[in-house]
Design a protein around this ligand. Structure first.
Ligand code: DHE
Length: 529
């Protein structure tokens, strides 16, 4: 099966039930037959393509509820058509786009009319069994590699290879390609930057030592069945001490020893929606950020719309303290404002950005922006008229929403400016040393190959556009903030490095298998974006 672009399309998966022929509610279609092997194959495809948006239990989040009581209201032919061709509402055409054969769309149509399989739990015993320390702490270097500007290394996710490429930002040479989890998702660093952590969609966390020459894998552990986020303890006195993984399934987070990934504590997240108090047995952990102001992580619970402040200062005796803040549904990705006091997170089903004050420990605002905000971690800059701002792009429309983050202003926590982007986008990025704001258009059929560049100092001017030969996704700056790195997402993928001032190409790293997210050590340890 063609895996290319698999997950970009799952981002907009949804609306499976839109369009097509319906039957009366009382008149449910019979459950179609499947062999054991077909059911097993369909489970794998569902995990790879569908569960990120529709959920393991199919109860919906970014995508619709597709439990059999809903799917059996449609004929098999109608479901198969939607799976093959997609819908205008954002459901990808899996068949049309070359990711599923006719036989596979037929298989998946039957699968979603069958009962939902209960995914297995994953407990401490399972985690301990999967835990491996490849290089014991005592055998690791005690100082950084001589003559290497290691804080300017980049980790590049090679999504479909399940690997991470470590590239030297000075020489542009690939130093190592390191195994990580299935369909590796994101990378984060420890507070010191020495360790880089990866999380795979199979819940496997891996850690790489940037002081090793070349950087290499030092430990791994499987924290669950399905995961998307990982971060580390960054508060003074706790640097490099802990890591935390947020799992989609089982719905829990896991606290790990920072230098070995030894699993220390599992905390379940199943609970009640913040507004209607309905129980959600699939309460997935979406984004995580590490506070610099307190010994805390900020975790977002997708289905319940709750933001958790998790205090890890008493982890020595196994105690954690949670503060639960009502925000909005369904929480997804987000990042800090430039002061790192306020956390802004997308509640994409409600077209909202929720703002959390991590000092006063409360919700500051729910701001309506546009259709399905998707900031990544967002971008911070100083607007010539409005001062400090943070911005998001959107999955559902080509729009950049710019929000004032200066609490001293009357217009704080409102959208002060909007830019037309043209394409539905995934990520936005700038750097304190840059006057450019870069946006991809990855999930727009016409503009997916285009990188759009706005000028902070000319906010009313039309943006510049740079067109590539392949789909563009995710941008990251180098340590000095004078180069921007862009992924061309393809089996024969590349990272293109542009000079931030001239927008001219400086270099290209070729031969990368499906490169997606990129993380500069210095910018990631300091949360610069
Ligand atoms: Fe992501 C961030 C979830 C698909 C690349 N993505 C996030 C975060 C979440 C999330 C919860 C925030 C993590 C954090 O900050 O702690 N992503 C999901 C999904 O559920 C989804 C929609 C569907 C799926 O099945 O996984 C999904 N994501 C994708 C992709 O298809 C992308 C484009 C390519 C890939 O490699 O997987 C992708 N997501 C990313 C990246 C970030 C991210 C690069 C981090 C951005 C940053 O700058 O921090």
């Amino acid at each position: 099966m063609n895996r290319l672009l698999a997950v970009s399309t799952t981002i907009v998966a949804g609306l499976l039930l839109a369009g097509g022929t319906s039957v009366g509610a009382a008149d449910l279609q019979p459950v179609p037959k499947m062999t054991d092997q077909e059911y097993k194959d369909a489970q794998f495809i569902y995990f790879d393509r569908c569960s990120g948006c529709h959920g393991a239990l199919r109860k919906g989040a970014t995508g619709k509820n597709i439990t059999p009581d809903n799917t059996r209201k449609k004929t098999l032919a109608a479901l198969e058509k939607i799976l093959y061709e997609g819908t205008d509402g954002g459901m990808p055409g899996w068949g049309k786009d070359g990711f599923m054969t006719r036989a596979e769309t037929d298989l998946m149509a039957r699968f979603v009319q069958n009962e939902v399989p209960e995914p297995p739990e994953w407990n401490m015993k399972d985690m301990k069994k999967s835990w491996k320390v490849h290089v014991p702490v005592a055998d690791r270097p005690t100082s950084p590699p001589k003559g290497k500007n290691w804080q300017n290394y980049f980790g590049v996710v090679l999504r479909d290879a399940g690997k991470v490429a470590i590239i030297d930002g000075d020489t542009k040479k690939t130093l190592n390609i390191i195994d990580s989890g299935f369909a590796t998702h994101i990378l984060r660093t420890s507070a010191s930057g020495r360790y880089m952590y990866a999380i795979g969609r199979d819940g496997k966390a891996t850690m790489m030592d940037m002081w090793a020459d070349p950087p290499d894998l030092v430990a791994e552990v499987r924290t669950g069945i399905d995961a998307r986020s990982i971060d580390t303890s960054k508060f003074k006195g706790f640097e490099d001490k802990y890591a935390v993984v947020g799992d989609y399934w089982p719905p829990h987070y896991v606290i790990l020893e920072g230098d070995t990934l030894k699993p220390l504590k599992i905390v379940g997240t199943r609970g009640y929606t913040y507004d209607t108090n309905e129980y959600r047995d699939e309460t997935r952990v979406a984004s995580i950020v590490a506070s610099h102001n307190a010994p805390e992580w900020i975790l977002t619970l997708k289905e319940t719309g709750v933001v958790l402040l998790v205090d890890y200062s008493r982890m020595e005796d196994g105690t954690i303290t949670e503060t639960k803040i009502n925000a909005e549904r369904f929480l997804h990705d987000g990042g800090w404002d430039s002061t790192k006091r306020y956390f802004l997170v997308a509640a994409n089903a409600r077209d909202t950005i929720s703002v959390i004050d991590t000092v006063e420990r409360k919700l500051v605002a729910n701001i309506i922006t546009g259709t399905k905000p998707h900031p990544g971690r967002g971008a911070n800059w100083v607007d010539p008229e409005f001062g400090r701002v943070w911005a998001t792009v959107h999955l559902g429309e080509g729009l950049v929403s710019i929000i004032s983050t200066d609490p001293t202003k009357d217009y704080a926590w409102t959208v002060v400016r909007e830019w037309e982007l043209g394409g539905n986008s995934l990520f936005i990025k700038t750097h304190p040393n840059s006057t450019n704001v870069y946006c991809d258009n990855t999930i727009n059929q016409e503009k997916s190959h285009v990188l759009t560049v706005f000028d902070i100092n000319k906010p009313d001017a039309l943006p510049r556009e740079i067109t590539f030969k392949k789909k563009v996704v995710h941008m990251e700056f180098n340590k000095d903030g004078d180069e921007v790195w862009v992924s061309l997402w393809d089996k024969d993928g590349e990272v293109v490095i542009l000079d931030d001032k001239t927008l001219k190409e400086k270099a290209r790293v070729k031969g990368l298998y499906t490169p997606t997210g990129k993380f500069n050590v210095y910018n990631t340890m300091n949360d610069i974006y």
